[in-house]
Design a protein around this ligand. Structure first.
Ligand code: CAO
Length: 424
């Protein structure tokens, strides 16, 4: 038995933010029914195509363990099928542009009329306010949520990160909102609206930068490298390069091979508790008792010098040797791992964090499995559905269409072309 077994999700999501949310719910055992436009489907099916004629990795890696029904929700019969889906499901998840569901005739009031227990969950770019009608993609959210202004190096352009904190990050927030609303429904018997705005999600993940914004009033941010470099602070939290975000200074340092390998680096944290061990490892035992280096406040104006000395040592070791030497001493370090290295990492394969999935159109491919492990509800990753693969099955088994009524839906144009293999 899976944690969310019995929960039916009407999945109206597309692209990345919404699909990451419903994929998580599917991994926890929910029955996720993805509604897609006949003949077209989620636009990502045909974006960044690497195998001609096959669903893209963009799509397959975000839509595991779901069922797909094709349905034109602007067609009268399509609307009728959608109404039955709304009555049958527990949660409707959507990330359409603002207003699209209302234009379709399925705004919150109509949904409540059809099913008062329905939880209606939405990703939008912005919450209520001046930008609520805007369409938003990942990098717009990173910029509007405070990530870009605080990422990158001082004096250089704002920078977006590779981690999809706007899309996948908001999907995660929405998933938490949905299971919380389901929990509340157990007691109240009522559905509710759940909104995760991408700007809010990114800002939540940038919480420490709003902390620093307020600390600026009390003087310069001493753990930022620019403090030791005598560069004055302005009015807003600055970009901090690779400085660590907390009270234990850290940097990315070169390791052996850095001249030719773009990822031959380690992250090195000068945690106060292990400072004496760091001094011994890097061959600076005299720093242990030197008042200029012995305490964290004394080191703050000298971080460049400190990290230069550590880097002289890390440059003589590979990033894995740094890990092997520092770990037993409790010195927190971490190798910069490339996607190539992560894809081959045996321990990630063993835990199911990296999985190989087979797909009828494209053959085997790698994906990231469920990153949250439940001991009583393990997630087994199943391939994403082909467009409309489960249309017949959902019409008949979930919605109970049969006989003439089923024929009427089939011939209405609402579900598009009926694929023979799907019908069988
Ligand atoms: N049958 C009939 N029509 C359908 C349909 C179906 N099964 N599914 C979708 N449609 C229609 C919608 O009703 C909408 O029609 P109208 O514009 O006439 O109301 C239309 O398809 C397009 O939907 P959309 O506006 O959501 O899609 P888009 O490609 O224009 O915009 C995006 C994409 C992502 C910018 C927008 O959906 C958005 O801002 N979403 C919220 C924020 C978000 O999630 N962004 C992250 C996306 S991942 O980077």
């Amino acid at each position: 038995m899976k944690a969310l077994e019995g929960v039916k999700i009407l999945d109206f999501t597309h692209v990345q933010s919404g699909p990451t949310c419903t994929q998580l719910l599917a991994w926890f055992g929910a029955d996720v029914i993805k509604v897609e436009r006949p003949g077209v489907g989620d636009a990502t099916r045909k974006q960044l195509v690497d195998v001609e004629g096959a669903d893209s990795l963009y799509f397959t890696m975000l839509n595991h363990n779901k069922r797909s029904i094709t349905l034109n929700t602007k067609n009268e019969t399509g609307k009728e099928v959608l109404e039955r889906l709304v009555k049958e499901c527990d949660v409707l998840v959507e990330n359409f542009a603002p207003g699209a569901l209302d234009r379709m005739g399925f705004g919150w009031e109509r949904i409540q009329e059809l099913n008062p227990r329905m939880i209606m969950a939405s990703v939008k770019g912005f919450g209520p306010g001046p930008y609520e009608d805007c369409k938003v993609y990942e990098n717009v959210a990173q910029c509007a949520g405070g990530a870009a202004s605080t990422t990158g190096f001082l004096g250089n352009l704002p920078m977006v990160t590779g981690a999809q904190i706007g899309d996948s990050g908001t999907g995660l927030h929405l998933a938490l909102g949905i299971v919380t609303a389901l929990f509340q429904r157990e007691k109240s018997g009522k559905g509710q609206r759940v909104l995760a705005a991408m700007q809010d999600g990114v800002l939540n993940l940038c919480r420490v930068k709003l902390r620093d914004q307020q600390r600026l009033k009390a003087g310069p941010l001493k753990e930022y490298s620019q403090y030791g470099e005598d560069i004055p602070f302005g009015d807003a939290t600055p970009r901090a390069g690779n400085d660590s975000g907390g009270g234990q200074p850290g940097r990315i340092l070169k390791c052996k091979g850095w001249q030719s390998d773009p990822d031959a680096y380690t992250y090195f944290i000068t945690q106060a508790a292990v400072w004496p061990k760091i001094c011994d490892v890097i061959g600076k035992p005299e720093w242990k008792d030197d008042p200029d280096y012995a305490t964290p406040p004394a080191r703050l104006p000298r971080l460049n010098e400190v990290f230069d000395a550590i880097e002289e040592w890390t440059k003589t070791k590979t990033k894995f040797e740094v890990m092997d030497i520092c770990n037993p001493l409790d010195i927190p370090v971490g190798p910069i791992l490339s996607m190539q290295e992560l894809a081959q990492e045996a321990s990630l394969r063993e835990t199911g964090t990296i999985v190989e999935v087979d797909h009828p159109e494209r053959g085997p491919y790698l994906s990231v499995g469920c990153p949250i492990k439940l001991s009583e509800s393990p997630a087994d990753v199943k391939r994403s559905p082909l467009l409309g693969e489960h249309t017949e099955e959902i019409l008949t088994e979930v919605l109970g269409y049969a006989g003439e009524e089923l024929d009427r839906v089939r011939s209405s144009g609402a579900i598009g072309e009926v694929k023979q293999e799907a019908a069988e």
